[in-house]
Design a protein around this ligand. Sequence first.
Ligand SMILES: Cc1cc2nc3c(=O)[nH]c(=O)nc-3n(C[C@H](O)[C@H](O)[C@H](O)COP(=O)(O)OP(=O)(O)OC[C@H]3O[C@@H](n4cnc5c(N)ncnc54)[C@H](O)[C@@H]3O)c2cc1C
Length: 387
Amino acid sequence: MQKPVLISGAGLASLLLARSLLQSNIPFQVFERDASLAFRGQGYRLRLSSQGLDAIESVLEPAAFQRFYDQCGKTAGKGVVTLDAVTGKMLEHMPEALGSRGGKIVGISRGDMRRLFLEGFEDRIQFNKYVTGYELTDDGVRAVFADGTKSVEGALLVAGDGIKSLVAKQVSGGRLKVYDTGARGIHGQASTTAFKSLGEGVFRLLDESTPGRQISIITNVRPGDMDDPDIQFGWTLGAVPGVIEVPNNDYSIVGKTAADIAKSLTSGWHPHFKPLIDNINESEAAFWKITCSTPTGVPEWPNEPRVTVIGDAAHAMTPAGGNGANTAVRDSALLGRLLREAGGYNNGVTAAYEKEMRVYASEEVRASYGIATKIFNAEINESTPSV
Ligand SMILES: Cc1cc2nc3c(=O)[nH]c(=O)nc-3n(C[C@H](O)[C@H](O)[C@H](O)COP(=O)(O)OP(=O)(O)OC[C@H]3O[C@@H](n4cnc5c(N)ncnc54)[C@H](O)[C@@H]3O)c2cc1C
């Protein structure tokens, strides 16, 4: 009997890989640190590029992909419209780099995406399993958990456990690093009625009224849902270093504290935009540190055939460019395809995957960091420790 592929983390990349293995009849087990998939806020929406959608379509069966695509919001508009947050004037109209099918911006919430990827293997996730590393055996690998216990012996361990992946550190000998760019963000959401005056489209509200303290909000106003006050739209506020100070630097604080800081930072904004922040759903507000992995791209490390890394664990990027999830799902589709073609684990699969992943993921990390240096004054000093 084939040993299972062990997957650390039940995020987007892991669940799409698991779905691919399910289709190929390759056994697997997923280990997730949280108590359930709904344990943390899932509020924010992801914009899917053509490449991201193609990767998802290559994994899901046609009917499942149709269900997925039907669930996505499709926003028209002429690209990203930048408005001066204080005067309300239009500043810039940029073609949307992430426009995908039908020329629309296709987006879905992270929670819906996970739920749709997970169809058919809900029973294969073990929760409350915090993976701290791995142990190679003569003929396989075991994941090691925080309570000292170990998993069954697997053929392969795949780390899809995000920016703080300990498996990524172990397998790369510390070469995979994630840095704090100094820029900070707040995620918020409010009832759709607060967005109505913007109309359909993707908007960036830019406040440069105080030199050196630039802040901006990006939001995507979808049609259809706009008249339903029970639906909430999200926005993401990003600020250059030094503008958002999280009390005691404690990023586990969410809710009212984050909402109040967003309100005070935007108190001078144009009345057209203020409802977005003033009507924030306080319980869903959250701080976030804008991080990025090594800005020159995914580093090389000596391949370990039985352990590899996907998604943010391999290539965390800033929100600039909006390609973190799009790149993560490309990894899942690629590794899933290579495993299917090999009929399960074989010695060369992870090396082949890493070689190809390094090329496209490095491009995306470099592009994202480049944009973030301009719009968030992001700055990485590679001599600082990994976050
Ligand atoms: C506000 C915001 C907006 C974004 N917008 C976009 C966008 O528009 N487009 C886009 O492409 N990307 C976007 N991104 C980036 C995107 O969310 C990430 O790139 C994507 O979620 C990465 O997927 P992942 O599966 O690698 O990791 P994650 O989705 O982070 O999943 C990691 C999983 O591993 C679990 N885990 C962590 N540590 C352990 C451990 N030690 N043991 C076991 N389990 C563990 C976690 O609980 C989680 O379930 C955005 C990010 C943010 C924060």
